[in-house]
Design a protein around this ligand. Structure first.
Ligand SMILES: Nc1ncnc2c1ncn2[C@@H]1O[C@H](COP(=O)(O)OP(=O)(O)OP(=O)(O)O)[C@@H](O)[C@H]1O
Length: 247
């Protein structure tokens, strides 16, 4: 398939879509008339300047920031109320900015809480944990340690593992590379890329570390000042000069 064909819409329903989305803080809009989509079984990388609105989009899609206007569609159907619990139940999960872990809890306690908050039925919890461990086996090495005593990479693994507890078909990730060396980031994300390929999960990856993120992406969307300024295939942006034009 040609690069161009890859960027064209298929007939499959979009996993997530925004139409005319308006989001802001204190009356100041950050996203205005924002139209965006995430397709089935793709890793979409969202890049752009600081303050472009990438995290705001992710948080809005997961119901952590309210929208002021426009529509959010999941599998082609408009969402009325957008809130984390409903989205988790519908198969969407978030790896939040800054990892969002509680330093005083052990990994085991974090996972126990995650199973509860993801609404996993009691009789399925043990198998679900086993499944997460099969995706991220290294978790076992520090399972009884307090999250606050773990390295950045280990903490990020806990955050990703927790997001997987609901067995999402759509994973939203907010800057998972922060504080990690490139190799560590790849070591962490490669199992997730493998899972994505095996299951057809969709991933929306917000990243500042463009070079590393492009390695595991299928499509790239570039944002500037609350708007999309470019859509491309990763290989089209591999050239540093091309990337610099966008920044
Ligand atoms: N809670 C908030 N209250 C007020 N303004 C906010 C809030 N969160 C973000 N903003 C503002 O909204 C704009 C978009 O921020 P956002 O964090 O979405 O950008 P970003 O592209 O994710 O940037 P970064 O890569 O730095 O996280 C910025 O001007 C930011 O200052």
């Amino acid at each position: 398939m040609s690069a161009q064909a890859n960027l064209q819409q298929t007939n499959q329903p979009l996993v997530l879509e925004t139409r005319g989305l308006v989001v802001g803080y204190g009356g100041r809009p950050v996203l205005r008339d924002f139209n965006f989509n995430l397709r089935p079984a793709e890793v979409l990388c969202l890049i752009g300047h600081n303050g472009a609105g990438k995290s705001t989009l992710l948080k809005t899609l997961f119901g952590l920031v309210p929208r002021q206007g426009g529509e959010i569609l999941l599998d082609g159907s408009q969402l009325g109320t957008v809130e984390p619990r409903g989205l988790t139940a519908a198969g969407v999960s978030l790896v939040p900015e800054g990892r969002g872990i509680f330093p005083g809890l052990t990994v085991a306690e974090t996972m126990k809480m995650g199973l509860w908050s993801a609404g996993v039925p009691v009789q399925e919890r043990s198998a679900r944990l086993d499944w997460v461990m099969s995706v991220l086996p290294a978790l076992k090495q520090f399972y009884e340690r307090r999250a606050g005593n773990l390295s950045g990479g280990q903490q990020q693994m806990v955050s990703i593992g927790r997001a997987l507890l609901s067995q999402p078909r759509c994973l939203l990730m907010d800057e998972p590379s922060i504080g990690l060396a490139p190799k560590l980031f790849q070591d962490l994300l490669q199992p997730i890329r493998q899972l994505q390929r095996d299951t057809g999960m969709s991933i929306l990856l917000v990243e500042q570390n463009v070079k590393e993120a492009l390695k595991i992406s299928d499509r790239v969307v570039v944002m500037k000042s609350g708007a999309i300024i470019r859509e491309a295939l990763p290989e089209e942006l591999n050239d540093n000069a091309k990337l610099m034009e966008l920044y």
